[in-house]
Design a protein around this ligand. Structure first.
Ligand code: NIG
Ligand code: FE
Length: 418
């Protein structure tokens, strides 16, 4: 692998400093104008103003990569995706446009349950090929690490099928994938009349097996109206924690249930969605170490109009992150730049806050902030370069992909000619 001297960064957003970022510190991008960095193998060995970096002895030997005046930032860390599903739910989409709600469609057997049916029929090869294509698109939009959940199998054989595909994809790289077991996505059809028997199965069998076999690092629950109750989610997440899996939780999307408080109680790494939280939840979250992962793609795609209270969360000092929630039902986008546009326009986050919420804070929520999420000496050379005149233009130009180069661990994995 060559060493790289990367120059031509009109703005180099390092995001250097401590993690996680709260309050005002969220907008601190550590910006260097006319910056450069030196990469040895998969790591950054020097970073700073071009003039200083170019003078280093190692720079003379390194291969030159001149980005010609682009804006460079850490690769996006997309900390909430449902990467593995066999087909779209465009028919649900059309029904919603005609007036049916997400929950009405789900109750009629559409929604998540229809994805479960098709996933159970899909071969591992088909799922792997689809996911590979999607991963290339993630990379083309500047994402270098993502979290991915199981949860569309919901019997042991098919949950295992998803986790195995994810493992293979992670091993083959180029993107790093953090694995989450979401056996508690919804109550599967076989257990419709006895949901607590399903929770027993999760707690006594599946979760301990996932943990001992090292099949996932995190355990998630969809704790909401129509999915799992707070009491059931508590049992599941405490069992997960006892086995060494780190809790994450889908919380307060469809109804305010108390799921955000549960996230704090079980010391979840992340509470995701949060569209329905109130001011007392905001206060509690801001005093906790739980990352509030906001998913504005869902409100946009479902046409709900109501977004999570990002402004209040940030201003009260909560740890805020952004993610795509890439999934066929509520957020079929893998574009982090689009999520940044939604965060700024619909949730009034500033472009700088949105960028930090898409890099260093989600790295923290995945417990990887020691190696990704910022561009600093010793961290992975994971970066994205954008064809824009300044970083504010990344969310400003929405619905287009201006990411022209993505590097993962020192390897160029996406490159577009100007
Ligand atoms: O995060 N809410 C649960 N999970 C997904 C939706 C999954 C689906 O509809 O297929 C979400 O929004
Ligand atoms: Fe989700």
């Amino acid at each position: 692998m060559p060493d790289w001297l990367i120059t031509g960064c009109s703005e180099l957003l390092t995001l250097r400093g401590s993690a996680p970022r709260r309050g005002r510190a969220l907008a601190d991008l550590g910006l260097i104008r006319d910056g450069a960095l030196l990469v040895h193998g998969d790591r950054i060995t020097a970073i700073g103003p071009r003039r200083r970096i170019e003078r280093l002895r190692e720079s003379r030997r390194a291969e030159k990569l001149d980005l010609g005046g682009r804006v460079v930032l850490p690769g996006f860390v997309d900390s909430h995706t449902h990467l593995i599903f066999p087909q779209s739910r465009a028919a649900d989409y059309e029904q919603r446009i005609s007036g049916k709600t997400y929950e009405q469609i789900a109750r009629k057997g559409g929604g998540i349950r229809s994805t479960i049916d098709s996933l159970r029929r899909a071969s591992p090869k088909k799922l792997r090929d689809l996911a590979r294509t999607r991963l290339r698109q993630f990379a083309a939009h500047g994402t270098t690490t993502l979290e991915a959940k199981s949860g569309y199998g919901l019997d042991w054989k098919n949950e295992l099928k998803i986790l195995n595909v994810l493992h293979e994809l992670h091993q083959q790289q180029p993107l790093d994938i953090a694995l989450t077991f979401l056996g508690a996505h919804v109550v599967p059809p076989e257990f419709r009349r006895r949901p607590d028997a399903f929770v027993d199965l999760l707690v006594k069998r599946w979760i301990p097996t996932v943990a001992t076999a090292g099949l996932a690092e995190f355990c998630d629950v969809f704790c909401d109206r129509g999915a799992f109750t707070v009491a059931q989610a508590r049992r599941i997440l405490l069992a997960a924690r006892a086995c060494g899996l780190v809790p994450r939780i889908h919380a307060e999307q469809l109804a305010r249930t108390g799921a955000a408080r549960l996230a704090i109680e079980v010391q979840a790494a992340s509470a995701d969605h949060l569209e329905k939280i109130d001011s007392s939840d905001i206060r509690a979250l801001s005093l906790s170490g739980v990352v509030c992962t906001l998913l504005p793609g869902c409100s946009f795609h479902l046409g709900l109009g109501k977004y999570a209270p990002a402004r209040q969360l940030i201003d009260s000092g909560a740890i805020v992150a952004l993610a795509t929630d890439f999934n066929p039902g509520t957020s079929p986008t893998l574009s982090m730049p689009m999520i940044l546009s939604l965060a700024c326009t619909q949730m009034r986050m500033t472009p700088a806050e949105a960028i930090a919420a898409a890099t260093i804070n989600p790295a923290y929520s995945l417990r990887q902030h020691d190696r990704i999420g910022s561009l600093e000496v010793g961290k992975y050379a994971d970066l994205a370069a954008f064809d824009v005149a300044g970083y504010r233009e990344i969310p400003y130009y929405f619905g287009v992909n201006l990411c022209s180069l993505t590097m993962k661990r020192g390897i160029v994995i996406h490159s577009k000619k100007r």
